[in-house]
Design a protein around this ligand. Structure first.
Ligand code: GLU
Ligand code: MG
Length: 485
């Protein structure tokens, strides 16, 4: 229904049908509290909840939020940012398409939300609006992105000792070992069921290299849904673990001496925007809509199109800045070390797990569908809307400028000499969040895409985290990130 200007100036379009479907679903499942959620600049998932009787009204009006919340860092330290002080409100307006009942919090449901200004327009610091505009720009180029984050996490017990709290991994099992499967079994089964109950399909599960480290991958989706799914995944891993008396931590390096947790981002670009319409949640939908994989070229040695190479070129060019979004925390840079399979160098390679961009080999039986790229320099402390939006902007810049990514690096870059690295134009990724933020500030494409309010707030929040953690040791930094992510 379209509202006239004599009514509600705060929003021009209210989808009455979609609201009715959500209310019906909440009534059916008996959801008592429905969370309206967003992700802040610190990467933290936050929100407010409404009760079932007030759900319909609140879906129209939104829930009030102080503008200051996008100036809050991951330690709840409020930063001075113009336009984000004690005066002013926006509305948290849920996206009906994102509704999920929360299996790990019976009686609760949730929706991911847009932050809308009182004028009814997307607020200039709304993260979902940033991703939406990147998607729109891709659509102008005739492309629709499919993506999936692939998070790893630590499953642990929280123990209190003489030196304070610490996380102790649930096992000391070996990589992919059946001991690991058995020891985390009860959690893993509940986790699968909880993920599937939220309409996400589980692809694979295995105990990872680190003690207590888990990896369960989910299927990909159009970009906005993929970012939403990363939030549901984070919420679900932690929520299910808590019900088992455990902690799941998706922080990049919850334990300094154990394998880090990536949230590698897999992505592909499809022709025409048909697969980015609401309701298209799978690749099957995309294919039915007559879309084809614009990254795929069976004639190429790696099965990639020229467009895919340009996209890689764009990401490599912007990567030192982009990691400030995809690896968004101080703790992120403890993970991005050479020879830890997390990527530490700005390069791409065929099935190379030390390259920032891996070209994954295709899967038998589905050459086109399985053609994608994997950004390894990505973790779960990044705001997924900013991370994926930034990635799309970087890739589109590569297409626009027809950037050539050069030859792939198909060896471990850490084994190359300084001279060889220079010759191949392979640089080290930023080694700290501060360095990455400096790069971001210098990156005209990403700064322009972020816009004045969002970039000012993001830089202020992240710089404050750099300052706060610089006053503490590694153990404090790891624990604080482990408990929050
Ligand atoms: N744990 C590694 C990381 O930090 C990834 C290992 C792998 O799955 O290749 O990204
Ligand atoms: Mg892994």
């Amino acid at each position: 229904m379209k509202r006239g200007s004599d009514e509600a100036p705060w929003r021009c379009h209210v989808d009455v049908e979609a609201i009715r479907r959500v209310v019906e679903r909440a009534n059916d499942t008996g959801a008592e509290l429905i969370r309206f959620l967003y992700v802040d600049h610190g990467g933290v998932v936050r929100g407010k909840a409404t009760s079932r009787p007030t759900l319909e009204r609140r879906m129209v009006s939104g829930i009030g939020l102080t503008v200051a919340m996008q100036a809050m860092n991951m330690l709840d330290e409020l930063q001075p940012v113009d336009g984000m002080g004690p005066v002013g409100e926006v509305r948290i307006v849920p996206d009906p398409d994102s509704y999920v009942d929360l299996p790990f919090s019976p009686g609760a449901a949730a929706m991911m939300s847009d932050l809308i200004g009182l004028d009814g327009q997307p607020w200039a610091a709304c993260p979902r609006a940033f991703l939406r505009s990147a998607i729109a720009e891709a659509a102008q180029n005739g492309l629709a992105l499919q993506a999936a984050f692939e998070p790893e996490f630590l499953l642990a017990r929280r123990e209190t000792g003489p030196d304070g709290d610490r996380l102790v991994p649930v096992d000391e099992s070996l990589c992919f070992s059946t001991t690991g499967f058995a020891l985390a079994h009860d959690f893993a089964i509940d986790f699968v069921r909880a993920i599937e109950a939220q309409d996400m399909a589980v692809e694979l599960y295995h105990p990872e290299l680190g003690h207590g480290q888990q990896e369960m991958s989910i299927s990909h989706a159009p970009a906005l849904a993929a970012a939403d799914r990363q939030v549901w995944y984070r919420e679900t891993a932690r929520g299910v673990a808590w019900r088992h008396g455990l902690w799941a931590s998706l922080a990049p390096k919850p334990l300094p001496d154990q394998a880090g947790n990536g949230a590698h981002c897999h992505f592909s670009a499809w022709t025409d925007a048909a697969n980015d319409t609401p309701g298209a949640t799978s690749l099957a939908d995309a294919k039915n809509a007559g879309s084809s994989n614009a990254f795929y070229d069976p004639g190429d040695r790696y099965g990639l199109s020229q467009l895919a190479y340009h996209f890689i070129g764009g990401i490599l060019l912007h990567l030192p800045a982009l990691v400030a979004l995809t690896c968004g925390s101080v703790n992120s840079y403890r993970r991005l070390q050479p020879q830890h399979w997390s990527s530490a160098f700005v390069c791409y390679g065929n099935d190379n797990r030390e390259a920032a961009i891996r070209i994954p080999s295709r899967m038998w039986g589905d050459d086109e569908g399985s053609t994608n790229l994997e950004l390894k320099a990505s973790d779960s402390t990044g705001n997924p809307y900013l991370a994926l939006g930034g990635l799309i902007h970087a890739g589109l810049d590569g297409i626009r400028r027809k950037l050539d990514p050069g030859e792939p690096v198909n060896v471990d870059p850490a084994t190359l000499s300084e001279a060889e690295l220079r010759k191949r134009r392979v640089a080290r990724l930023p080694t700290s969040l501060g360095e990455a933020l400096d790069e971001l500030e210098r990156d005209e494409v990403l700064m322009e895409a972020l816009g004045p309010l969002r970039r000012t707030a993001y830089l202020a929040v992240k710089r404050s985290e750099v300052a706060s953690f610089s006053a503490h040791d590694a153990a404090y930094e790891c624990l604080q990130h482990a408990l929050r992510f």
